[in-house]
Structure formats: C-alpha cells, structure tokens
Design a protein. Structure first.
Length: 282
C-alpha cells in the first residue's frame, strides 16, 4: 500500500492555514454599524464626521471632489430663496408679504442673473457679488426665516457667510474639511467605511434615507452589531423632501418604531442619535 501524503507539514500549506485562521479571527471581531434615518436627518454628515475623527483627515484630492458640490449648494440655495421669496409673498400675502424682494434695480438684476445659472456653473467673483446683494436684501432674509415652509439646505447660511463665500469664489478654491462636512449631496446606494478604535475594528454603512432608497436597506441588515438611528430635532416643523404633507419628525418616529420592532435587530444594540440640536435651538 502507498503512503498518504501529509500536506499539513508542508510550509506553504501551514502558512496558508495560519493566514486563513487569522482572517477568520479578524472577521469575528469586526463590529458592523448601520446608520439609518429618514431623509434630511443628517446621517451622511454624521458619517463624514466619524470618518474625519477615526479614519484621519480628509485628503486634498477627496476635498477637491466636493468643489462642484459646494458650488451647486451655493447656487441652488440662492435660487430657491429667490423663487420662494416671490412665491410666498404673492401666494400668501397675508402671512408672508414681508418676504417680497426689494424692487431696487440691483436686487432685481442680481435675482435674474442667479435664476439664469445652471447646475454646472461655478461660483466666481461675479456670482459672489450677486449673492451678496441678495443675501443683504430684507425680503430674502425674511424668506430665509420662513425656511420651514420649503426644502432649504441647512448649510445655506454657512456658505453665504462673507468669509466663506469669498473663499468659495476664489479661482484657487479648495474646499476645507468643514466645507466637505457641510456640503449636501443626497445619499444613493450604500456607502461603507472601516475604522479602528481602541483595538476594535468597525465597519459602518450609510444608506440613503429617502423612501425610494429604503428598499436597499435590507442588504445591510444581517449581522448588525449596532444600529445608529439618526433623527433631526429641527424636523419638528418641516416636511419631507419627498412630499409636502408628511412631517419629518412624525416620519422619523414611525421609522424608528419599525426598526426597533424588526426581527433583524432583536440581537443588535440600538442607539438613537438626536441630531441638529444647534438648528433646533435657533
């Protein structure tokens, strides 16, 4: 009878087995965190802040990738304020007559120029001048104060601050880390990030919060160590992006109740993170 070959003593096999065991051990200690919440709750901002704190500074190359997003946020923010200034003052004059823009020629010309900008336009010094004229207009300021009645990005006032707007309009503009954190782009699909904290390896998943994105959530539900549910305190008087009827806080409460009672998370820790306290305080 022939001898069986003992492959377990082979150095290559031993090394491979050792690496496989190590990989299995690493997979066991990975803690899976899932970020959930309704649209506009600030999940993605929370995700970017975690990344900045635990995965190191945001590289210049990555920050440059947000340049056009910042331009878009700035232009769309002022376009929306101009649109709603006219709409609120004309459709509901008894409540919002103070939102009407000045009839001053400079203000009207600046509004027309801003409305003519497209999604791909950059923010240069000319656009900066138009925004400054409009942002100092009393009607636009009153419209901003009435922003609970429409969908305005939370970062609008930050980007319109004189020093920030001047930086953004510079030809050599490179977004700062705070610009990246504040920049708003709706999450679609699933974004994943790994980081380490006190010898623990975490894998965190951020998924889109809009209703049409929630069907993708189930792909992340298995093996979740902790669910972090993000809810916006400032949503108490705001409507959903998806419709003009559903209150954001009511939507968050119903969604949170659904997740707490889901069979997927019976063995998972559930953390409720109340976000946007600063905006709520205002």
């Amino acid at each position: 009878m022939g001898n069986l070959c003992n492959t377990t003593k082979d150095p290559i096999t031993q090394r491979l087995n050792k690496e496989l065991k190590k990989n299995r051990a690493n997979e066991i200690v990975v803690k899976k965190l899932l970020l959930l919440g309704a649209g506009g709750s600030g999940k993605s901002t929370f995700f970017k802040q975690l990344k900045r704190i635990h995965a190191g500074q945001i590289s210049e190359k990555e920050r440059m990738g947000f340049r056009n997003i910042v331009y878009n946020n700035v232009v769309e923010g002022m376009q929306l304020l101009v649109e709603k200034s006219q709409e609120l003052s004309e459709d509901m004059p008894d409540m919002f007559s103070q939102c009407q823009m000045s009839s001053d020629k400079k203000v009207q010309e600046a509004a027309a120029n801003i409305e003519a900008l497209g999604n791909d336009d950059t923010v240069d010094q000319l656009v900066e001048a138009w925004i400054r004229i409009l942002w100092s207009d009393k009607g636009i300021q009153e419209t901003f104060e009435a922003r609970a009645n429409f969908q305005l990005q939370d970062s609008t006032a930050y980007f319109f601050a004189p020093d920030n707007l001047c930086r953004i309009a510079s030809p050599s503009y490179i977004p700062e880390e705070e610009d990246v954190i504040r920049a708003r782009v709706r999450t679609t699909g699933i974004v994943e990030q790994e980081f380490y904290y006190e010898d623990n390896k975490f894998r965190i998943f951020d998924v889109g919060g809009q209703r049409n994105e929630r069907r993708k959530w189930i792909h992340c539900f298995e093996g979740v160590t902790a669910l972090i549910f993000v809810a916006s305190l400032s949503g108490y008087n705001q409507k959903l992006f998806e419709d003009d009827y559903t209150n954001r806080m009511i939507e968050s409460l119903e969604l949170f109740d659904e997740m707490c009672n889901s069979d997927w998370f019976q063995e998972s820790a559930i953390i409720l993170f109340l976000n946007k306290q600063d905006i709520f305080a205002e």
